[in-house]
Structure formats: C-alpha cells, structure tokens
Design a protein around this ligand. Structure first.
Ligand code: FPP
Length: 254
C-alpha cells in the first residue's frame, strides 16, 4: 500500500496565504557528504522547484524565499559567484515553467546592486510573468529586514520633506506600505530549515504576529512532505493576535 501523504491531513480551507522560508543548510548538507558547498546550493535549487510547485498546488498565494541576504556578500567570492551563476541559470531555465504554472516572479531587496546579468535576467522574468495570477514567487535578493526598514524610513522622510505627508501622518500602515514587502500581505507562517532558531535579519517587522516553524532538515532535504508537515503544525495552532483564547473561540462560533 502506498505511504499516506500528509497532504490528506491538511485543511485546504486553512492554507496560509503567505509562507516565507529561510532556506538554510545547503553548505552543511554538502559537508556531510564530503561535497563542495556549491553542490549543496545546486541541490538547494531542486528544493526551490519542489516547494514552489507544492505551494502553488495547495493554494498558497505568496511564497517568499530568503535567497541572498545583504550579509551573504561576506561569503568567499567564489561562493557568491557560484550562487549568482546558479540564480541566473535557474531563472533562465525555469521561466517557462513559471509561465506554464501561472506563477508571477517578484523580488524584495536591492536588486540593482546584483551583478548585471543576474539583474537583467530577473527583470526579464518579472516582465514576462507579470500577468500571472496563481501565486507570487518572491525572491528576497540582496535583502535584509533592517535594510528595508532604513529604505522605508528614507522614503517617508523624503515625503515629509516634500510636504506630501506630515511626520504625524506616519503610522504602522504607512511604514508597512513603504517597505519592499508592503505590496504583499504579511506571512502567516515562516519556516526555517537546518535546526537554527534565528530570524537572521529577515522580515523583522512583518513577523510581529506570524507563526514560526523550525525543522532540523537541511534545505536540500526539505521536500513536499516537509512543507505539508509545517502547514499541518501551523493549522493546529491558535492565532490570538493579543486576544484571549475565549475571545477567539467566541468569534469563530458566531
Ligand atoms: C543557505 O545555505 C543557502 C543560501 C544562502 C543560498 C540559497 C541559494 C540557492 C538555493 C540558489 C538560488 C536559488 C533560486 C531561488 C533560484 P547555507 O549556505 O547558509 O548553508 P550552511 O548554513 O549549512 O552553510
């Protein structure tokens, strides 16, 4: 008898609209196998494909992947180049798959500072997929949450300086909208792989009420069943947004 998939246990009505993932552990996955780190990244791309496909299949509307942080520039030059090459190659190869599956590519982060070939390839794929409606695949590239908060603050200060808004108009909504992430709803669920329990400068503002899920699986090992397990775990939780459990029960009973 075929092994039961956790997909059967999911409540399809309660799939998080936005899932964000810190894809971690490519290097350690490779090291465990005495392989170079970049091979770990290559296998990481397989997980990107599997998880993008699985997310779209179950009705996730936004999938954000922490692909390259502002801090990742500090890695050895060889590794940074390898990740950029992989990025360009993958987007070039997979843009047709995105089209076929009605998935729109988006980014957050300062992509202008990426190498020119990566920047151009990304812009081309964004343009080509811009009318797709099934799911947004959002790559966080040259992104960090503090960078985003700084650029949002600068943008709002400019508006104050130009007299478009006054400083007392600045509220949570304006800040949220000025962030690169402001075009998307906040993630309900953030997953981090590889047994690390940190945010690593990712979505600091957006995760104020979001749920966290940590797994020991390295990113190249994170498959569709792992995603279903994370969502299953999320669905068992009660999201209270500062209210009491009784208030939440009352609201769901009306
Ligand atoms: C984390 O593992 C991985 C990265 C920082 C790079 C992820 C990039 C890819 C999978 C390639 C491009 C993908 C797309 C979206 C097309 P790590 O190197 O931090 O692992 P470690 O913590 O074990 O060293």
């Amino acid at each position: 008898m075929a092994k039961k998939s956790l997909l059967e246990d999911l409540n399809i009505e309660k799939i998080p609209a936005h899932i964000a993932i810190i894809m971690d552990g490519n290097g350690r996955w490779a090291k465990k196998r005495a392989l170079p780190r970049v091979i770990g990244h290559e296998y990481g791309v397989k997980s990107v494909k599997n998880i993008t496909e699985a997310a779209a299949e179950i009705g996730v509307k936004f999938l954000t992947l922490y692909t390259f942080s502002t801090e990742n520039w500090n890695r050895p030059k060889f590794e940074v180049n390898a990740i950029m090459t992989l990025l360009v190659r993958t987007i070039r190869k997979e843009v047709a798959t995105l089209q076929k599956n009605n998935i729109r590519l988006k980014t957050i982060g300062d992509i202008k500072a990426l190498p020119a070939d990566a920047y151009n390839q990304i812009l081309e794929a964004i343009e080509l997929t811009k009318d797709n409606t099934r799911m947004d695949l959002i790559l966080a590239l040259n992104y960090s949450a503090r960078w985003d908060i700084v650029q949002a603050t600068q943008a709002l200060s400019e508006k104050v300086k130009e007299g478009i808004i006054s400083s007392s108009d600045i509220n949570e909504e304006l800040i949220s909208r000025a962030l690169h992430t402001g075009k998307f709803p906040e993630p309900e669920l953030l997953i981090r792989t590889s047994g690390e329990y940190r945010l690593s400068n990712f979505m600091l503002w957006e995760m104020a009420y979001g749920e966290f899920y940590f797994t020991d699986a390295y990113w190249p090992e994170f498959d569709k069943e792992c995603l279903y397990k994370a969502i299953f775990d999320y669905q068992k939780r009660e999201r209270r947004f500062g209210k009491t459990s009784e208030q939440i029960q009352e609201n769901t009973n009306v």
